[in-house]
Structures are given as C-alpha cells and as structure tokens.
Design a protein around this ligand. Structure first.
Ligand SMILES: [Zn+2]
Length: 299
C-alpha cells in the first residue's frame, strides 16, 4: 500500500471566538477547569469554559466531533488509488494498535478519477470497523492515472479501564445515530461503576474489603456516593468539588436510568439537547473521577 502519513493527534476543540487555535481535550486541560484555573485563547484572549467548549461538539453533526469528548485520537493520511483497482488499507501498518477500537473513517478524494468504496464479504459485518479495509477505486468523474484520497481515522486505545470507556463510546455511538434513549444506560454505567470502584479502593484502606463492598452495595448506594461521599472524599484529599451542573446532570441521568431499568422507557421522550448535556456530564464526570483518584494515590 502506498500512502503519505500525515499525523496522529489527540482530539482538539477549536476556540469558539477566533477558531484560529485548537486546544487538546486532555486531562491536563480538564484539571485546570476543575480547579477553576482560567484558560484564555492565546490568539484572541477569550476565556475558555470547557463545559461550553465540549457541549458544542454535540451540536455539530459530524460524529468525529462527538467522539472527541470520549477521548481518543485522529489519524490523517493520504492514500493513492487507481480506478478499477483494490487498495488494502492496513491500519496497524500506519501505527494504529491492532487492539484499538476504530470509531469512524472518512475518505475524501482530492480530485476526480476515483471514489473509494469499502468492500465486504457475502455477509457484511455491521457495527464493526475492521483494521484492514479493502477499498475499491470506483471510477468517478474525469479519468485520472492516480487519485490522492485523504483518509481520516478516529480511534481509541484499549486500556485497563476499557469497559468504562466502551460504555461512554457506546453512548456516543447511539447519539450519532440519534438513538437517544440508548445513550442513557451506558453513560450512567460508566460513571456509576467508576465511582463505585474508586470508593471501594478508598474505603478499603479503612475497613475489610468485603465490609466495604457490602457498605457500598447495600448501604451507601450510587446516589449517596455521588452526593455525599464524593464531596467528602474530595475535600479530605484537598481536591475541588465536582462542578454543581455536572453533579446535577449526573443525578438527572441516574433518574432517567432508573425509569428505563424499571419501566423500560422514560416518562418523557429525551431530546437531543438533554441527552447532549447528560453524555457531556458523564464524560466530564469520568475525567473528574480519574483526576481525583490520581490525587488520592499521590497523597
Ligand atoms: Zn481565540
């Protein structure tokens, strides 16, 4: 396969004012947000509020912007295709680890001659993007000897906390296909399980693990963990409180989750704006919890 590798970068969010500068969506930047440290655009000077910066990603229709809030990378390259021929794109060869989850791929021909078409076997696999893709160069427009095609791949790395990220990614996937009800349970699971794991580890240094597990599953359940234990643990570790709007939305998410789990559906249909705020809160809530746990381990 012939290609020009351009770059792999972490997702960025553009300045809402000048759009000339983009900022990487990293735990480092989110840590500043949670600590109330002001960030300004170096070009136009506007104050950057990470909540509104990330919420915008849900308004933009392109799924790759929505995946931006779930963490991960964008790899860009240019391949050279010939009409009527097959090009095999091997993602591992361009540096995307084999175990990664491929979220989305786009192909943009830079000129006429070819339009890439993904090929499949006699039973096409749905909802799964493999890491080797066979592209047929469908003749398109004015014939050309060779057509450069810009390829952009959105992907995330597998990690130890894989199930948690897979849940938030599943929520984003449902969002991109406008299946809003299906966003609720995975968003909630991702935060609830992360919080429960952190609390189990934290309190296990004060009591036997079995007793702690019983305490958290039968006594202090998720709502109490989120609204009472979490602020207490944060404060005693000299870490800022979770922003009020995020905690409020996580409570809202929990009640939607309960409606779905108990009644099979929510009382009122969930609209795009509401679900955007809920997923955004789950993603920011996860970052908050990861940063808190890091802080606890350093104490
Ligand atoms: Zn700016």
């Amino acid at each position: 396969m012939t290609y020009d590798f351009l770059h792999t970068e972490i997702y960025n969010t553009p300045c809402p004012n000048c759009k000339a500068v983009s900022f990487p969506i990293t735990n480092k930047n989110l840590s500043k947000y949670f600590h109330g440290i002001k960030m300004n655009c170096p070009k136009c000077g506007i104050n950057l509020d990470w909540w509104s910066l990330l919420l915008r990603h849900f308004e933009w229709e392109s799924p790759s912007y929505v995946y931006g809030i779930a963490g991960g990378y964008t790899t860009s390259l240019r391949i050279f295709m010939k009409a009527g021929e097959i090009y095999s794109l091997n993602l591992e060869e361009i540096g995307i680890p084999k175990e990664s989850k491929i979220l989305q791929i786009s192909y943009t021909p830079n000129g006429e001659g070819v339009f890439p078409v993904e090929l499949h076997g006699n039973t096409p696999q749905r909802h799964y993007i493999p890491n080797i893709i066979h592209l047929y160069g469908r003749p398109f427009g004015k014939p050309s000897n060779e057509t450069p095609v810009a390829v952009q791949i959105n992907w995330t790395e597998k990690s130890n906390d894989n199930q948690v990220w897979e849940n938030i990614i599943n929520a984003v996937e449902s969002f991109t296909i406008k299946n809003y009800d299906s966003c609720i349970i995975p968003s909630n699971v991702s935060v609830e399980s992360t919080l429960n794991n952190i609390m189990t580890r934290y309190f296990s240094s004060f009591a036997a693990k079995k007793r702690v597990e019983d305490f958290l599953s039968n006594g202090v359940t998720y709502s109490y963990q989120l609204n009472i234990l979490l602020p207490l643990v944060a404060q005693s570790n000299n870490f800022p409180e979770m922003p009020e709007n995020i905690r409020g939305n996580l409570n809202k998410l929990r009640s939607y989750r309960n409606s779905i789990a108990h009644k099979g559906k929510t009382d009122i249909a969930i609209d795009k704006k509401t679900v955007s705020e809920l997923i955004c809160s789950a993603a920011l809530g996860l970052s908050y919890l990861n940063l808190l746990e890091k802080k606890i381990s350093e104490n």
